[in-house]
Design a protein around this ligand. Structure first.
Ligand code: NAP
Length: 446
């Protein structure tokens, strides 16, 4: 029996567990460990509550957790409750798939002012992540600046502008729903430091912004006049062509005076957040000409804003005793194997955002997990030559330390409690958004 620990129960980790156990040709017992008492990582705490179709992937991932060879160990933090050397001696192989937990900074003056925040915290809060319960108690900014042109920027923009009532039947926690319902937000300015052909969002997500009730999208047609490099990108990449087509459609829409407005500013980047104690405005500069983000230094304007959300990408967080590439915020890997001191280290693998960086859609993790597990399979004979304790080594260690954990039954109890909460709001579930609440809903392991 090959004993494998997967650290991180998000899509990448569960896909790895799937790869290890799907075919039955590898006799593997897999513990999927997560620091939270709940599985599914960013699928649960990153995918927006109104993206129900994407969230339905949970059903597929749950089937993997339900396999007898797979065991969920929730509420256990590697590096705090159990060390990496302990994991290495309890398992033949360890696969790290714990994602990228923090946001990149803008590194501009004023970023520390009140009212300057990461989209990570906003997304985690409205997604009911227990570390962010109560992080936002009111949204009293009438004008918000969102920096970035990826799908995270699109998500936070949509949630800020969407009528809260349209989120009522999702899994959003009641406290977040109440804050959004009382929101003062009227204008959202999205700052894109390059042009429409370089934006990273995908068309389906972008299009949703144009379909929000009571929201008008304002795009300057001059921003959609393409330079030669952008025209070549549009000609070569159908996704980019579709994005530009969507934007062109919006730029021709008559102004209606809708109660909420989305302003898209291309070739614009923030240079300073201005305010005394809190953000009052964002000083921006044009980045034209050329398709670089270097900026030409010409001050364009000051946008009034009381809230600035940066959505400029994520970074991984190091775990003690695991190699870490500070520059990219990832664990360095070579075809799935972790590189220690520059050489692949059989027995240690990484997949998902912590391995490849915070890019790609959910399905990209499947490919990644396959690569890591292919390396595990290739290394298996050598790994099994080293004796590791068979049986419940990790559980015994946790018991010795008095560290509680949530197993599959515990998670099933949380799941049932959330589904029951949803009944009163006509939702499939309502998330429990505090750690005490989640632990109270879980039944202890038998
Ligand atoms: P992303 O796609 O990498 O986008 C980051 C954006 O921030 C880019 O537009 C980038 O511009 C900009 N940026 C970076 N540094 C900046 C700076 N200093 N100033 C101004 N702008 C800056 O990252 P993400 O939006 O965080 O998304 C991460 C991944 O999750 C992506 O693969 C995304 O598709 C995926 N995701 C998908 C969904 C969905 O499918 N609905 C939802 C959320 C996330 P440059 O291009 O100029 O660098």
């Amino acid at each position: 029996m090959l004993r494998v620990a997967v650290v991180g129960a998000g899509p990448a980790g569960i896909y790895a567990a799937d790869e290890l156990t799907a075919t039955g040709d590898l006799a593997a017992a897999v513990d999927v460990i997560d620091r939270l008492p709940t599985p599914f990582g960013l699928l649960r705490y990153g995918v927006a509550p109104d993206h129900l179709k994407m969230k339905s992937l949970v059903t597929t991932l749950q089937r993997v957790l339900d396999r007898p060879q797979v065991h969920f160990v929730g509420g256990v933090q590697v590096g705090r409750d159990v060390t990496v050397p302990e994991l290495r001696s309890a398992y033949d192989a360890v696969i790290y798939s714990f994602g990228a937990a923090v946001d990149r900074q803008l590194a501009i003056p004023g970023e520390q002012l009140a009212g300057s925040a990461s989209s990570t915290s906003f997304v985690a809060w409205y997604s009911g992540h227990p570390d962010y319960a109560g992080a936002w108690t009111r949204l009293d900014a009438s004008s918000v600046v969102v920096v970035g042109a990826g799908n995270v920027a699109v998500d936070v923009t949509r949630v800020l502008l969407k009528p809260a009532d349209d989120l009522r039947t999702t899994d959003i926690p009641p406290a977040a729903l109440a804050v959004l319902a009382a929101s003062a937000v009227r204008d959202v300015h999205v700052l894109v430091r390059r042009g429409p052909a370089q934006a990273k969002w995908t068309t389906k997500e972008l299009r949703e912004l144009g379909d929000l009730a009571g929201v008008e999208v304002l795009v300057d047609p001059a921003d959609l006049v393409l330079d030669a490099a952008s025209a070549a990108t549009v000609a070569a990449e159908p996704l980019v062509a579709r994005n530009v087509e969507v934007l062109r459609g919006w730029s021709h829409r008559p102004v209606t005076g809708a109660p909420r407005r989305l302003h898209l500013h291309f070739w614009t980047r923030p240079v300073e957040l201005v305010g005394v104690t809190g953000v009052e405005a964002v000083r921006v500069t044009s980045t034209r000409p050329g398709a670089t983000a270097a900026g030409n230094g010409a001050l364009v304007s000051e946008l009034p804003a009381q809230l600035v959300l940066r959505a400029v990408g994520y970074l991984g967080v190091p775990v003690p005793d695991v190699p870490f590439d500070e520059e990219h915020g990832t664990i360095p890997t070579d075809a799935g194997r972790i590189r220690r001191d520059g050489v692949p280290s059989p027995g240690e693998y990484a997949c998902g955002w912590i391995g490849r960086g915070p890019v790609g859609v959910l399905g990209t993790n499947k490919h990644d997990a396959r690569t890591a597990v292919a390396a595990v399979r290739a290394d298996a004979p050598g790994l099994q030559a080293r004796p590791v304790p068979q049986g419940a080594a990790l559980r015994e260690l946790l018991a010795t330390r008095g560290v509680p954990f949530v197993d599959l039954d515990g998670w099933a109890a949380i799941d049932a409690a959330e589904v029951a909460l949803g009944v009163g709001r006509d939702s499939a579930r309502i998330k429990i958004d505090t750690l005490p609440g989640l632990w109270a809903a879980a039944v202890p392991p038998r």
